[in-house]
Design a binder for this molecule. Structure first.
Ligand code: FAD
Ligand code: UDP
Length: 366
């Protein structure tokens, strides 16, 4: 069989690209080294509950084109992400909003919250934040930083908040209304049939080879060169010749519990340093599940080492500079297009990956 495209990675980028090309009459071969498609949005069913195998995935977007695109394949439910933060025995609503402030300071009105935050942020107001700590203190002040940000962030990233870039928390909303919706985007939800159904529909018409590492494949199939879409790690493509890009990774510990509702919501963040995990996900709540049992996953962050799954790029200066060197090499490859969160070494949300893939496919077909 002759193919027009060899697509490395059956995650969202590879699958959207494959769909667009297949619809345009091109033939695609999609490889993935994992034993399933979907990349990090893959779900596994345990006790009749869809478990987000690589961490909680909530679809949210303000990109109307992307929203229409995904709705063409699957319907979305009306799940709204409203996580809880637990600091020792104190529970707070996220994102930072009037529910958080009233619990923290025993106040009721927005003006009272604004006054406290203004007082606490005053020393930092006129500075350009150079790291995450300065950004947090400038945004919400000491109390919230100490209870809900500092220890959680240092646990999550394994680095001092003063060594982390400010942008990591720039996306956290701050609101003076009683609204626990974690996202500001107008569209949000979980596919009613699950993320696997979305991927299946995107890959329909493509040939897929699982458990197949690209580097092994090209060694054993040194066949005619075809255009390659590569969504694996960019440094791996070049044999790590300038050194390894760094990532943070996470591991999950599942537990099946004989109760229908264990924590009352999908996501609880454990923000204190004495608890080794960052979050507990109770998966059934993403889909309002009524099963008699429940499945929870504790999420443990750790430093990435080669052979582990890379999750979060460490976007500090040293890694960005290294990435730019690989990017220059990537741009000089005529037959290979790099994309997705590993190919671009960027923390992309799902909608951004879909946008990137749609734009790349449109350019390819122009
Ligand atoms: P991936 O899903 O990583 O797919 C790349 C694929 O390439 C993988 O399947 C991999 O096995 C394969 N591959 C790599 N190298 C090779 C090789 N050499 N040979 C063959 N195959 C290879 N986004 C949201 O919008 N909302 C969320 O709530 C959200 N939560 C997240 C939570 C966590 C813990 C993480 C880590 C990410 C989250 N994201 C979320 C981001 C989301 O997962 C990504 O945007 C999206 O899944 C990336 O798709 P991708 O195709 O670029 O990469
Ligand atoms: N964060 C925090 N406390 C929380 C939740 C998030 O300090 O309870 C910070 C932390 O630095 C984290 C960043 O906000 O890395 C982004 O968190 P979010 O949950 O939005 O992203 P995710 O980890 O799901 O990618």
């Amino acid at each position: 069989m002759e193919y027009d495209y060899l697509i490395v990675g059956a995650g969202l980028f590879g699958s959207v690209f494959a769909r667009q090309m297949t619809d345009a009459g091109k033939r695609c071969l999609v490889l993935d080294k994992r034993s399933h498609t979907g990349g990090n949005i893959h779900c596994e069913t345990i006790e009749g509950i869809r478990v987000h195998r690589y961490g909680a995935h909530i679809f949210h977007t303000k990109d109307e084109g992307v929203w229409q695109y995904v709705n063409h394949f699957v319907k979305f439910n009306h799940y709204i992400n409203s996580p809880i933060a637990r600091y020792h025995d104190e529970l707070y609503n996220l994102p930072f909003n009037m529910n958080t402030f009233s619990k923290m300071w025993h106040i009721t009105q927005p003006e009272e919250a604004k006054e406290i935050i203004a007082k606490q942020t005053a020393p930092y107001r006129n500075m350009e934040p150079e790291n995450l700590e300065e950004q947090a203190l400038r945004l919400v002040g000491q109390d919230i930083y100490e209870k809900l940000i500092r220890e959680y962030t240092e646990k999550q990233w394994g680095r001092n908040c003063r060594e982390l870039p400010a942008f990591i928390i720039k996306r956290l909303p701050l609101r003076f209304v009683y609204d626990n919706n974690y996202f500001n985007d107008p569209h949000q939800g979980i596919p009613v049939e699950g993320y696997n159904a979305l991927i299946e529909k995107l890959l329909k018409g493509s040939d897929v080879l699982l458990d197949t590492d690209y580097f092994d494949y090209i060694r054993t199939h040194p066949a005619p060169k075809i255009r390659t879409i590569y969504t694996g790690a960019i440094d791996a493509f070049f044999g790590y010749r300038y050194g390894c890009l760094e990532y943070r990774t996470v591991s999950f510990e599942d537990e099946i519990l004989p109760t229908s509702n264990w924590q009352g919501c999908a996501v609880v963040n454990y923000t204190s340093a004495d608890v080794p995990f960052t979050r507990i996900i109770e998966h059934k709540h993403f889909e309002f599940g009524q099963q008699k049992k429940t499945v929870i996953s504790r999420e443990y962050p750790c430093e990435w080492k080669p052979s582990m799954e890379p999750y979060y790029p460490i976007n500090d200066e040293a890694n960005q500079a290294l990435y730019q060197r690989y990017r220059t090499l990537a741009d000089s490859q005529d037959d290979v297009l790099f994309g997705g969160r590993l190919g671009s070494y960027r923390y992309y949300d799902m909608d951004q990956v879909i946008r990137e893939a749609l734009d790349a496919a449109a350019k390819e077909l122009a």
